[in-house]
Design a protein around this ligand. Sequence first.
Ligand code: FAD
Length: 497
Amino acid sequence: MPTSIADRSASSAVEKLPLGLVWLRRDLRLHDNAALHAALRACDKVALAFVFDRDILDPLLQRGLQADRRVEFILAAVAEIDAALREHGAALIVRHASAREAIPALAAELGAQTVFCGRDDEPEALARDAAVERALRQDGRALRTVKEHMIFERDEVLTAQGKPYSVFTPYRTAWLARYAAQPQQPVDSAVTSARLAALPAALRQPLPTLSELGFAPSNLHALKLPLGASGAAALVDDFSRRIDDYDQARDYPARKGPSYLSVHLRFGTVSVRELVAMAWARQQAGSEGARVWLSELVWRDFYFQILFHHPHVVNAAFKPVYDRIQWRNDPAQFAAWCEGRTGYPLVDAAMRQINQTGYMHNRLRMVVASFLTKDLGIDWRWGERYFADHLNDFDLAANNGGWQWAASSGCDAQPYFRIFNPVAQSEKFDAGGDFIRRYVPELAQFASKDIHAPWKAPAALLQAAGVRLGSTYPVPIVRHDLARAETLERYAVVKAQ
Ligand SMILES: Cc1cc2nc3c(=O)[nH]c(=O)nc-3n(C[C@H](O)[C@H](O)[C@H](O)COP(=O)(O)OP(=O)(O)OC[C@H]3O[C@@H](n4cnc5c(N)ncnc54)[C@H](O)[C@@H]3O)c2cc1C
């Protein structure tokens, strides 16, 4: 996509720096890359680097996540970028180190005056970037961050009183109005051999292998998830044929309704600008599916700006009153939830989906989060942490927002007295039981109407389906009606305080 006339005249008027270093983080693509675009405008030559940041990876290993699909996903994306740069006679510089030290050291080694990167507003990322910036400044260099993975960030969408929004619907209205006035177009970041810095052999090393990074293979490749920017493009192409049905299909986990782009959005193998431009155009043409999907992308920005303006949500309830809840926190029930053996088939199927694939359908994330917090009375932070370790698309802002929504402790959250009934959810959204059968094969012989609550089935039916409750499939670990009453009491007490 060509730069605008305004962009071109601005860049030609300014004296260019000899060399800029582009530090890729959650923008693992060469096209429509805002940091690369900024570097190409400001510098004669650019070099690109990625750090397998030990400050992030070592804690994963310490938590026993040796076979982490995300590390393999990143490695595949990085390999694709490296291959593309090598076609231009350059390479991606890859380090396995603490980024706080590696980036300033690399800038010095290359003689790069400025390091360019996409902004990341997670609290730990902000702290890391501040440390990098300090080190660069001490050495006479600079860090330049640019908006990259959001459409509108930080203070770009505020209320008429200049305050951040904490309710989604008016935020979306303001967001859409701003986008209509200022569409965020894809940027030109095409590289040519002439613009890429010549690298010494020491900086053109082959990529580290998974085992050199300390990780073991996961089942990522067996899942056949399209990888890298090319994989993301294939998924976008596929979804662009289904987007018009999104509003009808998205809530049914057995159907191919959603885009499955979340992991690509997480690591930037796809550009959110491109996706929004596509949804916007389709919405303008009257597609209800595109309108609803666009709304989901607005939720994404919404939670990012909540995290930016209210970083306390990382450890605490958005609404402090809910920090007073006395959770039951039964470790055995938590283990049953994690392992998909609660005795509630839809909950178990969903938990097995995340365990086996690293993905969970949005409807099911809501169901299992409600079940953990409202049926089991377990602190939402336990579930949030489990998702953080197991979701391929784990994103602090969206995950925290989703969990606090389900626990009713967040901004614009579900009211605490509205509690999902796991059986009713199952009957409504997996009426045929197809999703349950996929992940809970021990119930596969049940008829559709009986699969949602096996404990209600008569003995003869259980026998015909080959199910022995408590042996081949668990009896429910809680009674929903009793748990519901207990939860209402638990929340009412803190609300009254
Ligand atoms: C408890 C809970 C935890 C969640 N954790 C995460 C997480 O860690 N990472 C994550 O990306 N999403 C999270 N979500 C939001 C949502 O479930 C996923 O984004 C979605 O299921 C991803 O699948 P998809 O790409 O096929 O979605 P699609 O339906 O195709 O949606 C397109 C994109 O919109 C964004 N999006 C959709 N719904 C939401 C939402 N509610 N909040 C923010 N962004 C949204 C995502 O980037 C998604 O990829 C969570 C939701 C809940 C209820």
